[in-house]
Design a protein around this ligand. Structure first.
Ligand SMILES: Cc1cc2nc3c(=O)[nH]c(=O)nc-3n(C[C@H](O)[C@H](O)[C@H](O)COP(=O)(O)O)c2cc1C
Length: 222
């Protein structure tokens, strides 16, 4: 596919047909995704492909309480788990919320489940002393994660990036033997999508750009 076509058609595919994705295809996807940039070109990623159904079930169970909480907060109009505003949703409401969710609520269904970790010893975090949640370390892993999804799209597959599992990171790390100095960055599902792409809804360039000042004039074409 042409680069701009891949970029504008890589949607979040969350449910998949039963058609398997071969290890060869997965290898090819990762063989292209690995050209992603990272700080100092240190490439601190590791990818664990979760094939074992028992492991999938255990990861699923770990995520269930977080999925329920996320859904309850979203239904209350909050941005779930944001770092600035505490949730007002009570535990009873969370308990009464269903854990149904495509992919993240149904790992068994995905032909490929990947857990991507990053070696924190290899990641520069210039924002670590600031009084806010860190975003800079993500810059050394999410280009790689997104490359996986772009490559999957190029293979006529689809996929989705999820992060629920990080909320139970210590238990997930114990389950998968992930060392202390690695963080879980993403869990990705990949397969043949059951539904095809509808047009992606994204904000216009003029809506998120500014010249010289945060509130400056937007960047328009021409
Ligand atoms: C950090 C991050 C976490 C996400 N987590 C989930 C998730 O847990 N479950 C899910 O179905 N989609 C998840 N997504 C996918 C987004 O919902 C999706 O990219 C967005 O809604 C745009 O979808 P579209 O490309 O189909 O328009 C996540 C995306 C990002 C970037």
């Amino acid at each position: 596919m042409e680069t701009y076509d891949v970029m504008t058609t890589t949607f979040a595919a969350r449910s998949f047909t039963s058609k398997p994705v071969s290890r060869d295809t997965l290898h090819r996807i990762l063989d292209h995704a690995r050209f992603a940039p990272s700080g100092g070109n240190r490439q601190g990623w590791r990818v664990i492909s979760i094939e074992n159904s028992d492991l999938r079930e255990k990861l699923q169970n770990l995520m269930t309480p977080t999925i329920k909480a996320y859904k309850a907060m979203a239904m209350a109009g909050e941005t779930p788990f944001n770092s600035l505003e505490a949730s007002l949703v009570d535990q009873a409401t969370i308990d009464a919320t269903s854990s149904e969710m495509p992919f993240a609520g149904n790992l068994a269904q995905a032909p490929v489940v990947l857990v991507v970790t990053v070696d924190l010893k290899k990641v520069t975090a210039f924002d670590q002393d600031l009084d806010r949640v860190g975003v800079i370390p993500g810059a050394s892993i999410y280009p790689f994660v997104w490359n996986i999804l772009l490559a999957a799209r190029n293979e006529n597959l689809g996929g989705v990036l999820t992060t629920f599992i990080a909320h139970q990171e210590p238990r997930a790390k114990a389950l998968l033997g992930i060392p202390d100095h690695h963080a879980i960055a993403a869990m990705i599902g990949i397969g043949e999508p059951t539904q095809q792409l509808t047009k992606l809804k994204r904000r216009a360039v003029s809506d998120f750009t500014a010249i010289d000042h945060f509130q400056g004039e937007p960047l328009n074409s021409g």
